[in-house]
Design a protein around this ligand. Structure first.
Ligand code: GLC
Length: 571
């Protein structure tokens, strides 16, 4: 029955393609391959079992080999590591565990020589409680009194006991307010109590944070991933009180973050104001210094409507890349139809307004891709995110199919997100080539002898080679010209087969077909075209260079994904 519906699906797909605009200018970040490095875990150069900047520098050629445009480094700044660097005690110093400022300068110089861009993590919402600014604020030192969000709290009329100013619950559970004995007030923390929130109503805080951005931009940084954007501002009434949040109905546990609907602690107007200010700062910085665009990525788990405003609200511009986490909800049972809905979730709202797209498949806060969708679908997902128009964002190790590692809590590692943060698997030597030392801060996965860079380089259809094949395709005219009329189309051509078509005006066309299911699928009369297989997933019975007449029958094996090409040069 589905085969009879095919022509209709094809028509719908083509209509979708027509919605693109005819602009052709593509800035470096718009169709980029971005790669996230978790510095503790990428490469250790000094044998202490923790990754560092010199280690990253020694592996930049690998990023080149991968076809990466820019790499985003999770925080490298001075930190007591309560949240592994997302608790910063000095925003303009490198933590000694990662190296020195000279190491950073050398890293950026080498990256630029290789044509790679460096994106740093910018964590504006909070500092560490060990940051000098917080210490000064606790002591109410001049200029710092109001640097963080302080409040007396409420007095319970019946018991006379002091209570937090509002019922807000922190992202990591428990009250968002912690009492400080010394200052005799509560301070706000959207995350850990060791991560007090900076007060963005205070102009001096804004100035300090702009100073931080300038400091790193002057050292040659090409972009910033802004951490925890939606959490920057909170609602406060004119009389200085903070309104309680209503229950969401999603949890029975009042200490869980899911217990409330976050209408006063997420995506507040103050947050947008601050994001627009940063963009203005960088537009001005670019004008004054004649540098390439400094791209802003925003970590924002918010609705597409809100993300749209983070890009531009019609009056102000904000972040170029509000990260799109939609595809991270895919699981083993997800169908092509599910993929279509998720892709449309972005394309229907953001694309018509901004002609921009990005696709994130993993990060240091979520289980590894192989654990979420199953190993047999890792390559399918790699092909999907690189096939779609715009920018792909890959978490280190996903390109070789790394999986979660069962970890035990130790004094050094004590986070339920440890399993997805284990050392990069480079080769078959001890500790997967991550360190020359005797231990690693988190255990190396037991599968490293099969899943590692060196081994996968020589396996024709390894995760790594499929990844590299796709990043190469991203360099072609058809993939680059994603803003052209009819430049792309996508959709589920069968309930289990997802298709993306990328076209460069009558010269070159690629069709990416992905069978998400565990059954053989048949496609009849997909197009009046003969195409050639140019990239094949592990489960494909086809061979490179084989031709297929799409006006006839095409079959796809379970979990097979392929890239087909047609061009006027006759290949
Ligand atoms: C972001 C980071 C996460 C961190 C949190 C607090 O969500 O990705 O790792 O714990 O912010 O900074």
């Amino acid at each position: 029955m589905w085969s009879r519906l095919l022509p209709l699906c094809t028509v719908l797909l083509l209509c979708y393609g027509k919605r693109t605009t005819a602009t052709t200018t593509v800035d470096w970040w718009e169709s980029a391959t971005l790669y996230q490095i978790y510095p503790r875990s990428f490469m250790d150069s000094n044998g202490d079992g923790v990754g560092d900047l010199n280690g990253i520098a020694s592996r930049l050629e690998y990023l080149k080999e991968l076809g990466v445009t820019a790499t985003w480094l999770s925080p490298i700044f001075k930190s007591p590591m309560a949240d592994f660097g997302y608790d910063i005690s000095n925003f303009t110093e490198v933590d000694p565990i990662f190296g020195t400022m000279a190491d950073f300068d050398a890293l950026i110089t080498k990256a630029h020589q290789l044509g790679l861009k460096i994106i740093l993590d910018f964590v504006p919402n909070h500092s560490s409680d060990e940051c000098e600014w917080f210490q000064k604020s606790v002591r109410r030192e001049d200029g710092y009194d109001d640097f963080y969000v302080w409040e007396d709290g409420k007095i319970d009329a019946q018991t006379g006991e002091r209570m937090p100013p509002s019922n807000w619950v922190s992202v990591f559970s428990g009250s968002m307010w912690t009492w400080n004995e010394q200052r005799q007030q509560y301070f706000l923390h959207q995350f850990l109590p060791k991560q007090p929130d900076l007060n963005f109503r205070n102009q001096m805080v804004r100035e300090h944070m702009r100073g931080v951005l300038k400091f790193w931009s002057d050292r040659g940084v090409d972009g910033f991933r802004i951490d925890a954007v939606p959490h920057i501002g909170e609602k406060r009434y004119a009389n200085g009180t903070y309104p309680d949040e209503p229950s969401s109905g999603w949890s029975d546990d009042p200490s869980s973050y899911n217990y409330h609907e976050h209408i006063y602690t997420k995506d507040q107007p103050l947050t947008l104001e601050v994001v627009y200010e940063w963009r203005q700062f960088f537009d001005e910085y670019k004008r004054q210094n004649g540098v390439d665009t400094i791209a802003l990525l925003a970590e924002a788990y918010s609705s597409v409507e809100v993300l749209s405003d983070y890009i531009n609200n019609g009056t102000h511009s904000g972040t170029q890349i509000p990260m799109n986490f939609n595809l991270m909800s895919l699981i083993g049972y997800s169908t092509a139809k599910n993929v279509e809905d998720l892709v449309k979730g972005w394309m229907d709202t953001i694309w018509p307004r901004h002609q921009t797209a990005n696709w994130v498949l993993g990060n240091h806060d979520s289980a590894r891709l192989a654990n979420r969708v199953g190993r047999e679908k890792v390559d399918l997902m790699t092909m999907l995110v690189h096939a779609l128009p715009g920018t792909s964002v890959t978490y280190y190790g996903e390109e070789i199919g790394m999986s979660n590692v069962a970890t035990e809590y130790t004094p050094v590692s004590c986070d339920d997100r440890d399993p997805e943060r284990t050392p990069m698997q480079w080769d078959t030597t001890a500790h997967a080539g991550f360190t020359t030392g005797s231990t690693t801060w988190l255990p190396v996965s037991v599968d490293y002898e099969q899943l590692n860079v060196a081994t996968e380089r020589s396996v024709a259809r390894s995760h790594l080679n499929i990844f590299k094949g796709m990043t190469k395709l991203k360099q072609t005219l058809a993939f680059k010209a994603f803003k052209d009329e009819n430049g792309f189309s996508f959709g589920a051509v069968l309930p289990q087969v997802f298709q993306v078509v990328r076209t460069a005006a009558k010269q070159e066309e690629y069709r990416i077909l992905i069978n998400m299911g565990n059954k053989i699928e048949y496609l009849y009369g997909l197009a009046n075209q003969t195409m050639v297989y140019v990239l094949l997933s592990q489960f494909s019975p086809h061979s490179y260079g084989e031709k297929v007449d799409l006006s006839k029958r095409l079959y796809m094996m379970p979990y097979e994904a392929v890239v087909l090409r047609w061009s006027t040069d006759g290949d």
